[in-house]
Design a protein around this ligand. Structure first.
Ligand SMILES: [Cu+2]
Length: 669
């Protein structure tokens, strides 16, 4: 009798230990990982080691249930063991230990022990297997390897923003701007825009002060035509001193290390071929005044010349060392260039296929961006104020996913084809985007769609896919055909780089199929091949640039931004091969080269993305241990132009430099 009892007791002790270990692991592991992922210094860790709290489903139901179950099982076992010990202790006071009453009590306890012990062993086994599965298998099975794409944070830098229910706000379409009435026969479209403060509801019911072009975010869209120049006059009407009452900056920029002019602005039209001044030089170190203060204005001229490919561009602030904050506050907008040749393709929203129902109807811009908002008064700023926390210059990773300025909006569509121009306007966050039925949002399958364009316009041929990876400042144009889905279907755009499924971070927006409409639009097998001599010119020079971190700052070839230094001197109207190298295993960089477009010729360290090798680009993801070889075009304009990381926080600290395009050398007699 003693033998059996002792055996059961040992079993209980083993079960108890397993329970405690299992429960502790279930609770502690995700917390440790969450803390590790939130540490800014985690950027040197291997990509696989950086996981968010969601990597183990900390905020999802599975691990939480498991942890609670294990802990409860441990508690029950502990209570039973205590009770048996007490009974045994009291039984030992009875001299005739084999009396039927005591024996019955011991038998009862033994049955109970076996029952709870068995349940405990099963629970521990199930829990252990679940934990092992969660840690050993990636949450999302992706065509592109998640590890090869993802190196940056997933966890938000500020993780306490107020949130509304997703898919309750309709997707706003940024208004187009009409050119000011011009003199007859004018050959240029003239626009006047003011940079000013505004207020908006990013999260339903919560007022948030912003900065925007004409006070809105996204700012007004410019619809331009190839061959017709655009003149844009920007008046800085921003409040002085960076309007500190309207933003919470957790680590303000140190003007002694990173000099900037309060509330100063410069506009860069990202991706457009224009002169040095109109390109929006960010500093005044070249002997000219580029940045304007409140009350001042400047005019840029965008030629939309023969060289320029039709594409989705965007204009945003570029004032040195405060670019990241200014863009984050809302100084960003679309600029779309089109021509007759593109019109003739009969793409969705084009004038031939959908007359009068183009921009905003069947040709829809989507600016994706993550932000953070105070949920209570912080440092004297009211709830609703934007929070700018960039994880010690790693990047302002937010916890509110927005499209066109609204948290997780909803867009009603007809059962037909739509063209979407997707811009990643985030400071730092990357997205691996897929479309899923709302009923299968967590695991898919991913629904098909077609990539038709990259940063610099239409691809030669469309690429069918089920996902695309987009990093800050990149654009992808896609066509989604909603005709296979019955009216009443909801589809969700999902960011699969959020491991596991987090209802706050994973779903970006919803498409609701609400009506039937005819569709005469097309996606033809040939869209837009290379067409300018620059696209065929062989590179005349090779240069290599290392994107790294030195002395606590982001750097290019070990150096930081210095307006007095020029790091390359290409000759105008030539191409050069540039090799962009990231030898570090931690962080990646979306590298943007101004002035022209480039074609990627080789990618090492990761597979190419849909259309990435076929299309023309101006920004490319140089991930950890990746090298990109590309041919960039330095055409039409001489002077100084930038290249830099487009993670805004990296750019401001100080991963930016410049090249100076030289006039052609004098012909030798
Ligand atoms: Cu970077």
């Amino acid at each position: 009798m003693r033998g059996i009892h002792g055996c059961v007791n040992r079993l209980v002790r083993i079960v108890l230990i397993l329970m405690v270990l299992g429960g502790t692991a279930a609770v502690v592991l995700p917390v440790v990982e969450a803390v590790t992922a939130a540490q800014p210094h985690a950027h040197h860790a291997k990509p696989d080691a950086i996981r968010s709290a969601t990597a183990y489903g900390l905020s999802g139901p599975t691990t939480t249930t498991l942890a609670i179950g294990l802990s409860m099982a441990a508690l029950v076992t502990w209570a039973v063991v205590r009770r048996i010990r007490r009974r045994r202790a009291s039984a030992s006071h009875v001299t005739a230990s084999s009396t039927p009453l005591v024996q019955t009590a011991i038998d009862h306890d033994r049955r109970r022990l076996i029952r709870y012990g068995t349940a405990g062993v099963v629970a521990t086994g199930v829990g252990g297997v679940s934990l092992w599965r969660m840690q050993s298998t990636p949450a999302a099975d992706t065509t592109l390897s998640t590890a090869s794409l993802l190196s940056d944070n997933i966890a938000p830098c500020f993780n306490n923003s107020p949130l509304g229910r997703p898919f309750t706000q309709p997707l706003p379409i940024p208004p187009t701007l009409n050119p000011i009435p011009a003199v007859p026969q004018a050959t240029t479209d003239v626009y006047v825009i003011s940079e000013t403060r505004g207020e908006t509801e990013i999260v339903p019911g919560i007022r948030t002060p912003i900065w925007g072009y004409n006070g809105i975010f996204p700012g007004p869209t410019i619809l331009a035509r190839k061959g017709r120049p655009v003149s844009m006059t920007f008046t800085n009407q921003l409040p002085p001193a960076e309007e500190p009452s309207a933003i919470i900056i957790t680590a303000p920029q140190d003007p002694t290390k990173h000099p900037f002019l309060d509330s100063s602005t410069v506009v860069h039209l990202h991706g457009l071929n224009s002169d040095h001044f109109s390109d929006g030089y960010p500093d005044d170190g070249d002997g000219h005044k580029h940045r304007v203060r409140p009350g001042e204005l400047f005019t840029h001229v965008y030629p939309n010349n023969e060289y320029q490919r039709c594409a989705t561009f965007w204009y945003h602030d570029h004032s040195v060392h405060v670019t990241s904050q200014h863009v984050y506050r809302g100084l960003a907008a679309f600029y779309i260039l089109q021509d007759e040749e593109e019109d003739a393709l009969r793409l969705p929203g084009s004038p031939l296929a959908d007359p009068g129902r183009g921009y905003g109807v069947f040709d829809v811009p989507l600016l994706i961006k993550d932000v953070m908002i105070a949920n209570q008064e912080i440092d004297g700023r009211p709830p609703g104020t934007l929070v700018y926390n960039n994880c010690s210059h790693m990047g302002a990773y937010g916890d509110i996913m927005t499209v066109n300025g609204k948290q997780q909006p909803r867009f009603d569509v007809a059962n037909r084809k739509y063209r979407f121009r997707v811009l990643n306007g985030s400071d730092a966050r990357q997205y691996l985007l897929s479309l899923r039925l709302a009923t299968q949002v967590q695991d898919g399958p991913d629904q098909p769609f077609t990539v038709i364009g990259a940063d610099q316009g239409l691809l030669t041929s469309p690429v069918p896919t089920t996902e695309f990876h987009i990093t800050p400042a990149e654009r992808f144009e896609i066509v989604i055909d909603f005709s296979p889905y019955p009216v009443g279907t909801r589809l969700i755009l999902v960011n699969k780089l959020i491991e596991g499924f987090d209802p706050r971070l994973s779903p970006i927006m919803a498409f609701d199929v609400t009506r039937v409409e005819p569709d005469t639009s097309e996606v033809r097998p040939v869209l837009r091949p290379p067409e300018h001599p620059a696209d065929f010119a062989a590179p005349v020079q090779v240069r290599t640039f290392l994107f790294n971190r030195e002395g606590g700052y982001w750097s290019i070839n070990g150096l930081q931004w210095d307006p007095a230094r020029v790091d390359a001197r290409p000759i105008v109207d030539t191409n050069e091969e540039w090799v962009l190298v990231n030898e570090a295993g931690g962080w990646g960089h979306p590298v943007h080269i101004h002035l022209g477009r480039f074609k990627i010729i080789e990618i090492t360290g990761r597979p190419p993305r849909p259309g990435e090798l076929e299309g023309f680009k101006d920004t490319v993801w140089v991930g950890p241990n990746q090298t990109i070889r590309l041919v960039h075009q330095f055409w039409n304009f001489t002077g100084r132009f930038l290249f830099h990381c487009h993670n805004g926080s990296h750019e401001d600290h100080d991963m930016m430099t410049q090249f100076e395009v030289q006039p052609p050398p004098p012909a030798t007699p």
